[in-house]
Design a protein around this ligand. Structure first.
Ligand code: HSE
Length: 420
């Protein structure tokens, strides 16, 4: 670093990249040498010294100390960041997909090259969570990490509840407001949350996580009826990413799916695009971090925090931020969802015939399922009954067997949602 000026190259000048350029204007010790973009002719909100459409140019530019990657996706970012690391550049990235899929390889390469990869912006946008888990909370033995890690889906679920609208109507609103992308698959199918919980589980439990073994369900099957029934029973529906230690066999139960959260639980009160991360461990007990999970300025806050952390140390030491580096050699044993235990909300539709509730009850009983609540609101015009049950804590495999039996008796299972 010359004259205490940290020289950076930025890959991606979309929403987050633009926010980073704006937020860095006040820091005279950071110089943006060059930015890589897809389209050189696009009109931009911010001006930068030099634009290129070749991100490899940034990875190989000898003037650059730190590569800031806010482009997203695996290609070409994986090869670009590997080249940058081999060229001894520190990395700041917001790329959750890349880290969830190739983090182990990138962290190992970074350790070999004595450079740091910082990624506070990759999980829950503006909420500081990666840094605190790796530093101030490091002395804890964690049991659980879970949270609302996707603003788009939380916005949709909140609107379905408050405005009594369908999933499709709320998705359209979220797209109009710029929360949801034109192709919302990553958010609504739960993949974005899967990448984030995989990254969190890696640092919280210090084990390598195989993201492809994480059970994932999105929010596309949630209906207004589910939201109303949940409300009546004292719950809200949230999409959660969850990772917890199963003490008996030291495995990790990691999953992403909608959850009925009791209205008494603070997580149920996290509305719209806000994110939250809850941690349970010893000696800290329970802690929750809440704030803006996406957006130009909040995400830029996390990115520039990481850039400044490097700037603060680069002229002082040869080993920058060792406490922030990731070194996990052991692979986690990841539990199959069928072996997990949960309480369940089951929405059923059955023909209006005598004894049908009895049939449901005996199928549940023969599969070790104890019922906690049951709602039936009259009979629909097509002579079917809509029945909702909440079970006691039950093995997932038992619930899945019961579902097969219910279907064989002509009872439709419209939805199954886990309850916390
Ligand atoms: N699309 C994400 C969200 C933000 O809606 O929270 C980036 O991961």
């Amino acid at each position: 670093m010359e004259k205490n000026i940290l020289k950076i190259g930025i890959i991606g000048l979309g929403t987050v990249g633009t926010g980073v350029v704006k937020a860095l204007r006040q820091f005279k010790n950071i110089e943006i040498v060059e930015c890589a973009v897809k389209n050189l002719n696009k009109k931009r909100e911010v001006e930068v010294n030099k634009l290129t459409n070749d991100p490899m140019e940034i990875a190989s530019n000898p003037e650059i100390d730190v590569v800031v990657e806010v482009a997203g996706g695996v290609n070409p970012c994986l090869e670009v960041l590997k080249t940058a690391i081999n060229n001894k550049k520190h990395i700041v990235t917001a790329n959750k997909e890349l880290l969830a899929k190739y983090g182990d390889e990138l962290f190992e390469l970074a350790n070999k090259n004595n450079v740091s990869i910082l990624y506070e912006a990759a999980v829950a946008g503006g909420i500081p969570i990666i840094g605190p888990v790796k530093t101030t909370l490091r002395g804890n033995e964690f049991k659980k990490v879970m949270g609302i890690l996707n603003g788009t889906t939380n916005y949709i679920l909140t609107k379905m509840e408050s405005d009594n609208l369908s999933y499709e109507e709320c998705l359209k609103q979220a797209q109009e407001l710029g929360y949801a992308e034109t192709d919302p698959t990553n958010d609504v199918m739960g993949y974005d949350t899967m990448y984030k919980i995989s990254i969190l589980a890696n640092i919280v439990f210090r084990k390598q996580i195989d993201y492809s073994e994480i059970y994932v369900e999105g929010i596309t099957k949630i209906t207004s009826e589910d939201i109303k029934c949940a409300d009546e029973l004292g719950y809200k529906i949230k999409l959660l990413g969850l990772a917890q230690k199963i003490e008996e066999n030291a495995s990790l139960d990691i999953r992403v799916h909608p959850v009925l959260v009791s209205k008494e639980n603070t997580i149920s009160k996290i509305d719209k695009a806000t994110n939250t991360v809850y941690l349970e461990g010893y000696p800290v007990g329970e802690v929750m971090f809440t704030g803006p999970g996406a957006g130009e300025a909040p995400t830029a806050s996390s990115v520039i925090g990481d850039i400044l952390a490097i700037a603060n140390e680069i002229s002082l030491t040869d080993t920058i931020l060792p406490s922030q580096r990731v070194k996990t050699e052991e692979k986690a044993v990841q539990e199959n969802i069928l072996n997990t235990k949960n309480s369940y909300y089951m929405a059923l539709s059955a023909k209006n015939i005598r004894g049908v509730i009895g049939v449901i009850g005996s199928i549940c009983a023969s599969n070790n399922i104890n019922l906690q609540s049951i709602i039936q609101r009259g009979i629909a015009k097509d002579n079917t009954a809509f029945i909702v049950v909440i079970t006691d804590t039950t093995l997932e495999a038992d619930i899945q067997n019961a579902i097969k039996e219910l279907i064989s008796k002509d009872i439709k299972v419209k939805n199954l949602i886990r309850v916390i």
